[in-house]
Design a protein around this ligand. Structure first.
Ligand code: ARG
Length: 240
């Protein structure tokens, strides 16, 4: 490196800057259909509702979107290390997270859902979950909620894995956000959802506290998409 002429070094660092100026890096965990999941022709592209919103946000900012797929519980760390510019990952706005990151305006209203095996007759109410084994995604709001109900919580890197364990009878229930839970249900006829009412959650895009400009850009873009019908058409495209 120290053998490079100064001009070459300058050119290198300049091109690095320019690249990062044209690109907006979004972090996600693509195990959360229909918000973010693997798809495309060969199944190796991250697609979904959040990704389409993020693409438009990048476009409005005059940049191209780069998607970084990682574990859900690594996202806030990656954001605060500057590895990604924002998080689009069905992330619920919570006071605990707001201590570490800023959020855009809410862009989706959600709630938790409980899945059990279709022949399960013992789990009908929240109280029934008390002495049961519950599977969740690590670091999710479902994880926090489950831990408030029972000590027997197993946290997986994805909701898919929790659902597999439920199918195998290793756990009694899965607590997960309602839309992805319903998409898992559609693929697993051996499971059912137990109707229970939990608090309302709101998803937001997370941005570093050092980057209030990006929060403003995202909010502007969201408001534009809501006004011009784009938001609504993405809802119809992804939500069943
Ligand atoms: N809404 C929940 C939370 O914020 C779960 C989000 C999980 N997202 C994902 N892409 N896996 O904790």
């Amino acid at each position: 490196m120290n053998k490079l002429p100064l001009a070459a070094l300058l050119a290198l660092s300049l091109s690095a800057c320019q690249q990062s100026n044209d690109v907006l890096v979004v972090g996600t965990n693509a195990t959360f259909p229909p918000f973010e999941y693997m798809g495309g022709t060969d199944g190796s592209t991250v697609i979904g509702f959040d990704i389409d919103l993020a693409k438009q946000i990048a476009k409005d900012a005059g940049k191209t979107l780069k998607v970084e797929n990682m574990n859900f519980d690594s996202l806030i760390v990656a954001l605060n290390k500057g590895k990604i510019d924002f998080i689009a990952s069905g992330m619920t706005i919570t006071p605990e997270r707001q201590a570490n990151v800023d959020f855009s305006e809410p862009y989706y209203e959600a709630t938790q859902a409980v899945l059990v095996q279709v022949n399960n007759a013992t789990i009908n109410t929240e109280a029934d979950l008390k002495d049961k084994k519950i599977g969740v995604q690590l670091g999710s709001t479902g994880d926090i909620m489950a831990k408030s109900l029972t000590p027997a919580v197993t946290a997986f890197n994805s909701g898919f894995e929790a659902v597999m364990e439920l199918n195998n009878g290793k756990i009694d229930a899965v607590i997960f956000d309602k839309e992805p839970a319903q998409s898992f249900l559609a693929k697993n006829p051996t499971l059912k959802q137990v109707p229970m009412t939990f608090t309302t959650e709101y998803y937001g895009f997370a941005v570093s506290k050092d980057n209030p400009e990006l929060v403003a850009t995202i909010n502007q873009s969201l408001n534009k998409m809501k006004a011009n019908g784009e938001y609504q058409s993405l809802l119809s495209k992804y939500m069943k």
